[in-house]
Design a protein around this ligand. Sequence first.
Ligand code: NAD
Length: 338
Amino acid sequence: MKIAFFNAKPYDRRFFEEANQSFEHEVHFLEPRLDETTAGLAQGFEAVCVFVNDVLNEKTISRLAELGVRMIALRCAGYNNVDLAAASSRDVLVARVPAYSPYAVAEHTIALLLALNRKVHRAYNRVRDGNFSLDGLLGFDINGLTVGVIGTGKIGALVIRILNGFGCSILAYDPYPNPECVSLGATYAPLDSLLENSDVITLHCPLTPDSYHLIDAAALGKMKDGVTLINTSRGALVDSRAVIAGLKSGKIGHLGLDVYEEEGDMFFEDLSGRVIQDDVFARLNTFPNVIITGHQAFFTREALRNIAQTTLQNIADFEKTGKCSNRVEAATAIVNPS
Ligand code: NAD
């Protein structure tokens, strides 16, 4: 199929070109992000391939449909950036990659936890500057801590598996408890009990209307003083302003973020020569006990290989049968970005 591949980065090109050797789609890599102003670039293509920060609103989708585009192939799991009702009313099929490497995200979660605890980011800069003082670098043992895991699906379960190796006690919260996590020794508890009793809290649930700002001022108020909070799931699970207040008061001892609620205009771009206009993000970035990564938890070789393979297979299935098992439809949709 002829595919307009929007928002293409060098790593996308590398993994998609490799995977496409067994599909032979005609893929055109385009740098612009897809939105209503760039949709015209899809003229002459049957499918567009897009990522988390492309904007597929009603206007973009209408334009794509006018141009003859019949499929939106998301190269990610989440689809909150797509107006599914608009796609369905114009007979444009939307497909996604539901799972690619839960290991990547689980391992990045642990990377943030260990780096924060042992202050690796600060130690790295000190030693490069010839400063071998240990003052201010005091950590704590992960062994023996109680870790609260919110959301125990594919990624949460792997985080629990890894933390078991450290000798942690696990409290879990999920509306649908996972028997695998129970067999790993996790204890399911009401959310408030998890918030009150955990030394470390890590988020692995989707963003839905119910989970928007799950971690707000009230939730922070219930947590232990000096709690470590990690969010590799979705930015808007956390109220960033409440978290800044929590950092200033010392309620939050350490904060690790791979996602940020207003990341759309910043993440995945090199803005190093520009002034960051988002004051909340800029403030978060000033704390010595905060590490922010730019939505890179998924970013491993294995994940990119799986993303490319599944996306191209989705397109091939649609081309051959008019159907796709990874189709997303408005009736089943939840806000679940990644
Ligand atoms: P999953 O669907 O396997 O598991 C999600 C779990 O969350 C389910 O068990 C579900 O019952 C539970 N859940 C739903 N609402 C909840 C709530 N309000 N409170 C607690 N639990 C709730 O998903 P997954 O593959 O484990 O991914 C988890 C999240 O990780 C995704 O939603 C996505 O936002 C994020 N993610 C981030 C990246 C990244 O690069 N940072 C990459 C992939 C996924």
